[in-house]
Design a protein around this ligand. Sequence first.
Ligand code: ZN
Length: 415
Amino acid sequence: MKNIRIQFIFLYALALLSGACAVPSARLDNSITSPTPAEEETAVLDDPSVLETTPDTPPEQPPQKEKIVRVLLAENLPEAFIKHSGRINIYTLDGKKKYKISQAGTVAVKGLSDGQIQVGTLKDNQPILIEPVQSSLTWNNNSYTGTFYVLPSSGGQLMLVEYVSLEEYLHGVLPYEMSPSWPVEALKAQAVAARTYTLKSLENVKNKSFDLYSDVRSQVYRGNGKKYDAVTRAVDETKGQVLTYQGKLFFTYYHANCGGATDDVSSWHFSTKSIKPLSGASCKFDSHSKSHNWNMTVPLSKVEKYAQSVGLKGTLKSIRIVRKTNTGRATNLTLTTSKGSKTVPCGAFRLATGIRSCKITRIITSTKGVQFTGKGYGHGIGMCQDGANGMAKRNHNYKQILKHYYPGSVLEQIH
Ligand SMILES: [Zn+2]
């Protein structure tokens, strides 16, 4: 009996290892040392085929660890002062030097000329961590619940990166990407879009020190210290939900206002292949916003500066739309100056000059500047946020909103 028992333990362990790699070792140990009576019964069969059988009670799935994202808060800082609301632990990455501060206070952090960094009383040339323990860290008037990694950067300066769970990160993104006063169903649609966008971005991280910027290069993030009930609900009630297309995440682009219809992603990112969820949708829900129709004047000097940056010198004479999508969004503009002409992508021109969108309906060039009239705000791809707001106000739920702006996508639960 003893031999059989040992054999069972060995084979059962093998079965667990081969069939459930996600089971952590602690769970394995418990299963082996304390088999249930039912498991002992199976063992005495002494038949290798039983190993193929799924146990009546499958091993309990451990809670999945939350995805951690690394957000760059600042780079090339000479020094910083980090407030903490309670206890913090400070330690080097290898854990060899450490100390704790039990009370609220402020820790000074600075880069040293010899390439080391100093955090409080610790000095080292490897990252130093500041871990809040049931407290939060405040830097630059924003508060954070993740752990700060202070890293040395070039020229005796430092870099500040927060390691924070994906869900906590989203609590600090949502209020800056959509107004917290909007209906919760619109905020839930935004939460799913932001979660999907974040996870898709993580698939192709080239930087070893951080995954995401805290500004528009990724998504605007200012810590999760400011709490808004609707935002909290929106993130928590969609926890772990993402959009996929053909089983894969995709970049769930979003923008402020589409001006009546969104466009195909390939019209904006010329090298990006179109997929159904990013192929465009009509939008009857965004006309309440002041971004729906706009006009603005851009100084000649600003346009001429952009023209020079693409190799066209001279005084601006005219701007002409030479190609547009079937929703009326310009894809290419031709700039003409006293020295010649150049055709440029409208997306780049928009970012350089600050015009609201490329859905331009009129351009008047005069000595005072260039007057643009147009519709919408932003690139016009994916979800129209004003439209999401409009749909939510008409009692559409977040699933309907996402389906409308990302047609053909599937809502999936990933954790
Ligand atoms: Zn719209």
